[in-house]
Design a protein around this ligand. Sequence first.
Ligand code: MIG
Length: 682
Amino acid sequence: MIQKFRFGEPILSDSVVKDIPLSKGNVPYVQTKSEENLSFHYDLAPEDAVYGLGENMHGINKRGFVYESRCMDGARHTDDRISLYAAHNFIIVDGNRRFAMFLDTASIVTYDVGNKNIDQLIITCKTKDVDVYIIEEKDLVSIVSAFRELIGKSYIPPKWAFGYQQSRWGYRTEDDFREIAKNYKEHGIPLDALYMDIDYMEEYESFTIDREKFPNFEGLVDEMKADGLHLVPIIDAGIKVKQGYGVYEDGVANDYFCKDKDGNNFKCGVWPGFCHFPDVLNTKTRAWFGDQYRVLLDKGIDGFWNDMNEPSIFYTQERLQEAYTMVDELRAQGELDLHTYFGLRSKFQTLTSNPEDYKLFYHDMDGKKVRHDAVHNLFGYYLTRAAAEGFDRYNSEKRILLFSRASSIGMHRYSGIWTGDNHSWWSHLKMNIKMMPSLNMCGFLYSGADLGGFGGDTNEELMLRWIEFGMFAPLMRNHNQGRRDQELYTFSHTNWFKNLIELRYAMIPYLYSEFVKAVQTNACFFRPLVFDYTKDPMVKEIEDQLMVGEGIMVAPIYEANVRGRTVYVPEDMLMVRMRSYEEIQTETIAKGMHYVSMALDEVVFFIKKDHLMVLAEPKTRTRDMNFDQLYVLGYITQPIQYQLYDDDGYSKQYDQPDNLHVVYATSTEVSCASKQVQFLKS
Ligand code: MIG
């Protein structure tokens, strides 16, 4: 059951797709206080776990920490961070009582989940204009599906986006891309996409191409396409202030940019230098911005990633001026004392992503002037929505790959997300594992982290372990800015990587099927064990094992120098150990605690009893795979049916009945009316 309560006059966010009649009276479960701020208080029982909050720090159970919904560009995801790039205001309390809350607001929200006081959950809103939804259901799975039904179906990318993807901030020329593609090919490592970071643009101007470095961009796209590879360019939110740059001139001429308090186009510094922000909260501007992608779509591009759309602000003239004044004053004073020294230092350290700067500009929300900070968390969402709506106008039949860095709930209908600038740290692999189910609860199914770690230098062991988890994630992209290259062929055991990536490809039939079904049924693709084993007291605190799709459990390694780990097996399962597509061992494993060895080059996963893993023979490109000839693994004790979802991978007719293929299996036989299927021989 969902109840909706309205406080003040919330700005419409389009986060939800269902009209819920307003309830009167008090919000149940919580104590509402409307003092300086609007806040909600709940006394946590000792056994209560708190889930949700999507892309944020710490574990699956959010207890013990403070979180904030404030889309923010910050490259160091250290334990003291309280927000990342997203604002996902969905929170579940599960224990003594069970309910969920969704706060529909584009402004800042803080969650103290038993931090200041271990027994208190306090949710504080920056604004008093909020829609609050309370969801009550019989279990966690139903709570999430009720919420997801409220916010609408998640985005589905083209099937090739389930292939392996390689990125790096540092590919600069046409030949760089040819070189990467060639190396992957020579090592026989499957690959579906190469990413173009900001260096393909002319002076970081979105929707332009540096013709010196990419004289034949069109030719490159075609050449890659012929080889089954997709080039995926980045789009930055800020539009460079520069005469002669069409997008800038067009934007100025038509008033498409956010304004400062005096009505001038708001200016701030990002990658291109001084920029204006497209006012994507305005319908006309959104259409204009979305149409800009055509320059690249026309050249055969069929995937994009939207970056810097929190929006990220490196500096403003206003804040710099303050800093200069401080320098002048302090210089005039002569010697600094400790206090003034630290003041000076912090003045410069706080130039970037400064909350004050987000109060300097305004949106024209179709006639209504709104200061940015009141709608801050909508910007990335609406910029990405602009793109998705543009793609739809361009060609409504075809799926385009799209994911964004900033997000809020609602955007999940238009695109996926990646989780931003992590580091090549073991702790970030662990965080990646724990974040995935939270993202799924909030509707972000097509998501993933930069495998291997974006910042800092990875090493072969970390890369292997990250791949061994990342091979289960819908978005499987290796991205990096470190000094050390981390393309998979740069390590010594390239064959291990080849085998692992082939295994990922082999699993695409299962991953894709489970992904689309999760979208259609508003389920989580990645789930904590407690979602499935509601009555098992053992699973409540297990956060380093996840359910993947309906039938699989993974227990990844996220620590250095270990060659195995303890796994809790919540029911009798089939343990599958794979070294390559040809080297597979299976063994049934009984419910209970087990120490399971996992060599560096092995991936181990578990299949629930009477469920199937469906595989196909891997190829070096998704398009070359035969999805009509399938192989299954399973531990079958009685006749079962598996609903396999499959489609052409491009068109949007997800509901066509012939996309569903029923696979029948017994312990000895397997069949399907519309696909060739047999047991995989181990
Ligand atoms: O300020 O485009 O998260 O993936 O490589 C850095 C350069 C800007 C941040 C993105 C990252 C990307 C990088 N960008």
